[in-house]
Design a protein around this ligand. Structure first.
Ligand SMILES: [Zn+2]
Length: 320
């Protein structure tokens, strides 16, 4: 690592010195989790574990050492960025146990390295299943500290993280830098953004969209933090966003999503304040022609209204 990079890193974290000594050597500033506490924890059956030879899967190059893995077909596709370095790979959200072994083997076959890090975007099982396969082979699993409770408490059949962090974490791997950042509760309170500065690329799972509707009734939803997160995304120097599903997105896509969310919130708030019941209200929300063209509009738009109606109803206090 050259001196200018050390200086740049020093501006980001006080402990940057650990990344600057000697040649490239994997390191991070996460907080170790005592795994012995969870050895015999109860877990639910893994709904992604059944062999799935026909399930689509892929690992495709984004740019340079940055790749994107996908698993699942059509609208069910889950994705995450993958960084390949000489010190090993970093994989975001393996997503399915039945394809995690394939991803490990594919990385080994094509690049002759193992998986060194697995990063969870948030503690939802449809994104973090399969990490136990990679952890067993020695990968360090990383998540926000708030992901630990739901993983253990909900008995999720995936790996308990080896390292966690509060607001920011940095991983140095094979001369590359990966920045993990918690913005605000948005889609879960354990949601993080994963930034690959060299590639102007961001992992923004489930909070960002790709000309697609947010899922169902905004599961595990925090409205103000969602908007705060999209504002943070808008401020980043990035041109590639993986949204954890569908196809990759760009900053204008997230600006359009922000406009949709703000408009939906305001419409629902106005209708509730005008005294409309749910049965009246959901028929009176209007969508732009642009939003009507988004992926899954037909199946998701009424559910989106319902999620926003719940949020608004839970967060207002009128004359009572
Ligand atoms: Zn989710």
């Amino acid at each position: 690592m050259d001196v200018s990079k050390c200086v740049a890193l020093a501006l980001v974290v006080v402990v940057a010195g650990v990344f600057c000594s000697g040649s490239a050597q994997a390191s991070d500033n996460g907080i170790a989790v005592d795994q012995s506490k969870y050895v015999n924890r109860a877990i639910l059956p893994d709904f992604t574990a059944t062999e799935c030879p026909d399930n689509p899967r892929a690992l495709t190059q984004v740019k340079g050492n940055l790749y994107r893995h996908t698993t699942g077909a059509g609208l069910a596709v889950h994705s995450g960025l993958v960084l390949i370095t000489e010190e090993g790979a970093l994989v975001i959200d393996p997503a399915m146990t039945c394809t995690a072994g394939w991803l490990r083997d594919e990385i080994r076959k094509r690049f002759n390295v193992g998986v060194r890090y697995v990063v969870y975007t948030h503690a939802h099982t449809d994104h973090i299943s399969g990490a136990q396969v990679l952890q067993k082979d020695g990968a360090i699993v990383v998540a926000n500290m708030r992901a630990l409770e739901p993983i253990v408490g909900e008995k999720l059949p995936t790996a308990v993280p080896n390292r966690v962090f509060d607001e920011d974490m940095m991983i140095a791997l094979g001369g590359e830098t990966v920045l993990l950042h918690r913005v605000a509760p948005s889609h879960s309170d354990s949601m993080i953004m994963v930034l690959f500065p060299k590639y102007k690329a961001l992992q923004c799972t489930d909070v960002c969209e790709s000309k697609s509707m947010p899922y169902n009734d905004f599961l595990d939803f925090y409205y103000p933090g969602w908007i705060e997160t999209l504002d943070w995304v808008a401020a980043q120097d990035i041109d590639f966003i993986d949204v954890g599903h569908y196809t990759p997105a760009t900053k204008p896509d997230e600006a359009a999503l922000r406009a949709y969310m703000v408009d939906l919130h305001q419409q629902v708030l106005d209708l509730v304040r005008s005294g409309q019941s749910w049965d009246q209200l959901y028929r009176n929300v209007r969508f732009s022609d642009e939003v009507k063209k988004w992926t899954a509009f037909d199946t998701m738009h009424t559910l989106n209204v319902m999620g926003m109606y719940r949020w608004v109803s839970n967060h207002r206090r009128g004359e009572w």
